[in-house]
Design a protein around this ligand. Structure first.
Ligand SMILES: [Zn+2]
Length: 126
């Protein structure tokens, strides 16, 4: 695994999941221990069932955390959002702005800029 210097945020997110995984792993061990011990001691059936259920819940939490840690992420994921926002905001708008800023004079049809309110050809107000 190479040190991802440009990917510090998602690396931090991956490292931050480790305590969560450790805790859920302890929950799994506790659930197994609880289920095994209670059934060996002849406790009512609810105790081992609780232990197994506890283990299943903790195991699913552990797997979710593990998947979140190793799920393939776009390496440029942190830089992608601003880029997308840039694409949405800048090029299309500037592309059709030049078209939108002119309109045809209602009298002679001359292209008149949006900011000009009097036709330069026929003098009609637009
Ligand atoms: Zn005109």
């Amino acid at each position: 695994m190479k040190p991802a210097t440009s990917d510090g945020n998602s690396l931090l997110a991956r490292v931050a999941i480790i305590p969560f995984l450790v805790v859920t792993l302890l929950f799994i061990l506790f659930g197994l221990f609880f289920a095994g011990t209670s059934s060996r001691m002849g406790a009512p059936w609810i105790f081992p069932v609780f232990g197994v259920g506890f283990t299943v819940v903790a195991l699913s939490m552990f797997l979710v955390g593990l998947l979140g840690m190793f799920a393939p992420r776009n390496p440029s994921g942190s830089a992608e959002l601003p880029q997308d926002a840039d694409d949405v905001l800048n090029p299309p708008e500037s592309a059709y702005r030049s078209r939108q800023e002119t309109r045809a004079c209602t009298y002679c049809g001359t292209r008149v800029e949006e900011s000009i309110h009097r036709c330069p050809n026929c003098g009609a107000g637009v």
